[in-house]
Design a protein around this ligand. Sequence first.
Ligand SMILES: [Zn+2]
Length: 106
Amino acid sequence: MHQDHKARLTTKKSELEERIARLERDQRHADEPVEKDFEEQASQRENDDVVDELLREARIELQQINRALTRMASGDYGTCASCGADIGEGRLKAIPEATLCIKCAK
Ligand SMILES: [Zn+2]
């Protein structure tokens, strides 16, 4: 019954894993030359902050997706992890990784 959501979550998960791998490469500057002048270093630090933030968000999202997939496997998917209410199909369509009903999410 939740097959559509499962497919979307699995797709999202692999997209996120790819994004995280790419951001981690950026973070290590694996593809860049080592020598840099002062201005380049300053803009790189700013860029590093952005990369850190994106990485943090992507990891949180991945965690939520994994949690939703675990709940799917245990048959709890679609019910609120906090109050046990039905999360609702509309909300799951918008946010397939939701593990809280709209009331508990607020
Ligand atoms: Zn709830």
